[in-house]
Design a protein. Structure first.
Length: 452
């Protein structure tokens, strides 16, 4: 007979003079088999998209799990409140994390150290007490502890569950939206005080929350005020006068960096390069010739800045319901006469990307094509595009590449095609001619088809 048990699965463990029994081997194998079955089911569920998506949309995107924390290592978390001050220590043991008894305290935070952008966060609440007012929240923030977004779950007197979206802006709580689940809690929790699996998706500015795989809340968030180029921190926040226990903390990011099957329409937005200035055939037309089974729409216009593109994005892109949107058009933001801050350009591009994500459109962004200010630039383009504009484009492209990485989207780096302008493919120092437009198109096509 075994004298010890393993820590995690409580399997039989023999030492010294222990004599193993056949029944102990059988019990060990049964535990292994059950654990593998449960884990397989759990992992399969994490590859699913929103439960309420149509079957056509369901396989359009997938999710990559970037952290599955069994709470075996407290070093994966930091415990700081909205002022960046350490909380009381949370306890971690047996693959679970237990909150300190907060009494009436409000600001008990546990931040996971993993950075994430769009995706979801999930945790199992092991011991919800549905007979009294208790709550916990998922939280998300940028670099500032005082600016957070909370997806809050409040047990309300045992008869209903209140789910709300709140923001903490400069340390002040504001209600974004809340919703009372009118059905009895037993519709979601079959048996009193059994674990609840809580999952919240945050994609673009949209939030969807599920409890035990049931959609219970949707909201438009103010996550935009949390924007930064590094991603977000996510974690847990609790209150209520009893000790809560959590397990299976999961962070997943939404993967936009691939092209799924079933693509039928592409919309190209941008400036004169998309509109086809200096060419006999635009790059969207050339792309259409390559994708003969798709519809490619050209929404480029001469002289557009990223602000004008953003202002028209819903009408020109979202309302056309494409599967893919190719975003070009930051060159005009470099004009010396406009004095558009680089931060404004990147913010506008990021908002277009997020509008795509909110509407299940795959965003693809291109770098700005460099300009030639060494002698071929006609006077008509000066003083808009001078040496300071050239320098700005170089810096801008660095930030566009970082933005694509941070947003986990496809980048078409057309700038590298034209590092040294040549009259063979650029006649006016600014716009690709037919040769350059074909190079531009081929690069986009090769990147897209390489991601299928």
């Amino acid at each position: 007979m075994s004298s010890l048990k393993t820590i995690f699965l409580q399997m039989h463990k023999w030492i010294g003079d222990d004599k193993a029994k056949r029944v102990e081997f059988v019990e060990n194998f049964d535990k292994i088999d059950l654990t593998l079955k449960n884990n397989d089911t759990k992992l399969l569920s994490h590859d699913a998209t929103f439960a309420d998506m149509s079957s056509q949309k369901r396989n359009q995107f997938n999710y990559e799990i970037v952290a599955i924390d069994d709470f075996s290592n407290v070093d994966n978390f930091e415990f700081k409140d909205e002022n960046g001050i350490n909380n009381s220590a949370w306890a971690i043991s047996n693959n679970k994390m237990t909150s300190p008894n907060p009494g009436s305290a409000f600001n008990l935070y546990a931040w996971h150290k993993k950075l994430v952008s769009d995706g979801y966060v999930e945790v199992t609440w092991e011991n919800p007490l549905i007979t009294s007012n208790r709550w916990f929240a998922f939280i998300i923030r940028g670099s500032n502890y005082k600016d957070c977004l909370l997806m809050l779950f409040l047990e309300n007197a045992g008869s209903s569950l209140k789910v709300g979206t709140y923001s903490l802006e400069n340390g002040i709580f504001k209600v974004s939206s809340d919703e009372i689940i009118t059905q009895a809690l037993n519709d979601i929790i079959p048996i009193t005080d059994v674990p609840m699996v809580m999952r919240t998706y945050f994609e673009g500015n949209k939030i969807k929350t599920y409890i035990n795989n049931r959609l219970v809340h949707t909201a438009i968030s103010s996550k935009v005020f949390l924007s930064n180029m590094q991603g977000f921190k996510v974690g847990l926040c609790t209150s209520g006068a009893y000790i809560k226990t959590f397990s299976n903390f999961i962070i997943a990011k939404k993967n936009y960096n691939f092209i799924p099957n079933g693509i039928s329409k592409i919309v190209c937005v941008g400036s004169s390069i998309t509109a086809g200035f200096s060419t006999t055939k635009t790059y969207p037309q050339r792309l259409q010739e390559k994708f003969i089974n798709l519809t490619v729409l050209n929404k480029g216009q001469n002289g557009r800045t990223t602000q004008v593109m953003l202002d028209n994005f819903i009408t020109e892109v979202v309302n056309n319901s494409p599967n893919i949107c190719i975003i070009e058009g930051s060159v005009n933001d470099s004009k010396s006469t406009l004095n558009i801050p680089l931060t404004t350009t990147i913010f506008n591009l990021q908002q277009m990307i997020r509008r795509c994500k909110e509407n299940n459109i795959i965003p693809i962004i291109t770098t700005a094509t460099p300009i030639n200010v060494t002698g071929t630039m006609p006077g008509a383009f000066l003083p808009d595009f001078d040496m300071s504009a050239w320098r700005k484009i170089v810096t801008m492209n660095t930030y566009i590449r970082k933005l694509a990485l941070q947003e986990n989207i496809i980048l078409v780096d057309n700038a590298i095609l034209f590092d040294h302008w040549d009259i063979a493919y650029i006649g006016d120092g600014l716009h690709p001619n037919d040769v350059g437009a074909q190079m531009f198109t081929d690069n986009i096509y090769n990147v897209i088809t390489g991601k299928v």
